[in-house]
Design a protein around this ligand. Structure first.
Ligand SMILES: C[S@@+](CC[C@H](N)C(=O)[O-])C[C@H]1O[C@@H](n2cnc3c(N)ncnc32)[C@H](O)[C@@H]1O
Length: 520
């Protein structure tokens, strides 16, 4: 990926030996730009720190996008310091020739953005820096900790309330011994939000051989979860924009875990590593065990969908509504239970649709007349129904699947009698064919085994993973669950019952192990 002309001019002028001595591998512009966007999500971004300044690529982009921001930068290399002041400096930045770790630990910043130096323990004064961590943060890092981790820890401790931090560092600490203390601190700080691992064949930094990760932190109270996302090709970088745009929602991450379910002592590869599909046998069309149909199309969602306030305001009695999910964003998690429905209803979400039972109620008649006065009855779909305000007669679906999914299909087990609009497709299970009921089918659907078979089908249709029509799913392959022996079916159900409130990667891995040993 390309670095800016300023950094390439400098690189040519000083040569690689000098750059290696100071670990000067510059951040590609496309990556720096995205990291800056994370900082810009901080509502009161005024003070920004760039701890390993170099030629200030982050600050240059930041200052081109934001006003009233003051940047403080540090670097230890007098050559790059001179070069910056002679050829680059354009105001708005206070750049100090100093060692970041030695400088004030108490100063707080609204934004901290960094591509720190990567130095193995024998290439820097590790004793001095590890002592600094012990004195300031109160714990002992392993002696062979890489310098980039020391930078990251100090920066997290300097985040002001509401502040944001973006780091690009090697992914090594996620899976190494010295990383355990670092991960523990990240979790305990309550600021870790996203880990984005580059799983590229090519490297992010053209001239450094390391796999990189972007760490996004926020010192807010908006989330207790961490999103893990892999970027497999440079074409997938847009995924990071979507993570940032949708924050505090984590819906666009590949996997999401609550902080309580993340263990700093295990390799975090477990949470993000890719799942290679072995060749699977005994495949049948998905339509063998289930039928996928689109959700209810009202033809005028703004008229038919209701929340409690709207119903109360119009004086329409509750019996004239059916429970119904109108927006997929009102469903989080893999399970939708009666208490989830009550919570959504009480939070005044649109979770009812108008379904007038009789016309003796003056308020109902009045609302129908309002529909006619405003031509709702003349819309494309309503004009074809008789009466125009009558709803499609649908059974609640036991499984929903999200219609638009940039990060794969999202399945939800609906344990309620709630209907759904077209925001979800409905999955109706064929009545217990060979013992495959809704729970067993759902357990299969959230596995990587199912995900990979669906995406293989999507590629066949050439429509990517972005939008599945019901028939794409009906025709896609699935493993023939019915031929699983009874003990496997029982084990899958047990796993689902024990984990249905939280589909963490370990549960899904156990489901995959069973499926791959039966069908692999
Ligand atoms: C990987 S480069 C990043 C430069 C620039 N921020 C970018 O992203 O392109 C790391 C920079 O940190 C500087 N550096 C090395 N040790 C440092 C220290 N202890 N304190 C501050 N800066 C340091 C290096 O001179 C180098 O310019």
């Amino acid at each position: 990926m390309a670095i800016d002309i300023i950094e390439s001019g400098y690189s040519e002028s000083v040569g690689i030996e000098h750059r290696k001595k100071f670990a000067q591998f510059f951040t590609p512009v496309a990556i720096a730009d995205i990291m800056v966007d994370w900082l810009l999500g901080c509502e009161s971004l005024t003070s920004v720190l760039e701890p390993a300044f170099g030629l200030g690529v982050f600050s240059r982009i930041l200052l081109s996008k934001a006003e009233n921001v003051n940047v403080l930068g540090y670097d230890t290399d007098p050559v790059i310091y001179e070069y910056y002041h002679n050829k680059v400096s354009d105001g708005g930045v206070d750049f100090l020739l100093d060692d970041y770790i030695n400088c004030d630990w108490n100063m707080k910043f609204d934004g901290i953005i960094c591509n720190p130096p990567y130095f193995k323990f024998h290439d820097y004064d590790n004793k001095k820096y590890i002592t600094a961590i012990r004195e300031n943060l109160g714990f002992r890092l392993r002696m062979h900790t890489n310098l980039y981790a020391v930078f990251l820890l100090k920066s997290i401790s300097q985040l002001a309330a509401g502040g944001r931090c973006a780091y690009i560092i090697p992914s090594e600490f996620l899976n190494s011994d010295y990383g355990v203390q670092v991960k523990k601190y990240l979790l305990e700080s309550g600021t870790l939000r996203h880990i984005i691992v580059f799983n590229f064949k090519e490297n992010v930094f053209d001239d450094a051989t390391t796999t990189s990760a972007i760490i996004l932190c926020a010192n807010d109270k908006q989330s207790h979860s961490v999103g893990f996302t892999k970027i497999n090709t440079s074409a997938e970088i847009g995924k990071i924009n979507r993570l940032i745009d949708s924050y505090p929602s984590m819906e666009n991450a590949d996997s999401v875990l609550t902080v309580d379910n993340i263990d700093p002592s295990v390799k975090w590869k477990n949470y993000y590593s890719s799942f290679e599909t072995p060749k699977l046998k005994h495949l049948v069309p998905f339509g063998t065990y289930a039928k996928v149909m689109r959700g209810i199309a009202t033809g005028a969602n703004e008229y038919f969908s209701f929340n409690l306030s709207k119903a109360r305001q119009l004086g329409i009695d509750c019996r004239h509504f059916k429970p119904c999910i109108c927006h997929s964003s009102d469903v989080s998690g893999i399970l939708f239970s009666d208490s989830d429905y009550s919570d959504a209803l009480n939070a005044d979400k649109d979770v009812m649709i108008f379904n007038p039972l009789d016309l003796n109620d003056a308020h109902v008649v009045e609302y129908i007349r309002f529909g006619e006065d405003t031509d709702i009855n003349k819309r494309f779909l309503t004009s074809k129904r008789n009466p125009w305000y009558g709803m499609e007669n649908r059974m609640p679906a036991p499984i929903w699947v999200g219609v638009f999914n940039r990060s794969g299909l999202k399945f939800v087990r609906n344990e309620t009698n709630t209907l759904n609009l077209t925001t979800f497709h409905c999955i109706y299970v064929q009545e217990n064919l060979f013992g495959v009921d809704a729970d067993l089918l759902f357990t299969y659907l959230i596995s990587n085994c199912a995900k990979n078979l669906f995406s293989a089908s999507a590629r066949e249709y050439g429509n990517g993973l972005s939008k599945f029509e019901p028939n794409d799913l009906n025709k896609a392959n699935m493993v023939d669950l019915g031929i699983l022996d009874e003990s496997c079916k029982k084990r899958l159900r047990e796993l689902y019952y024990a984990n249905k409130h939280n589909a963490d990667p370990f549960f899904i891995k156990k489901v995959d192990d069973i499926l791959f040993s039966a069908f692999g």
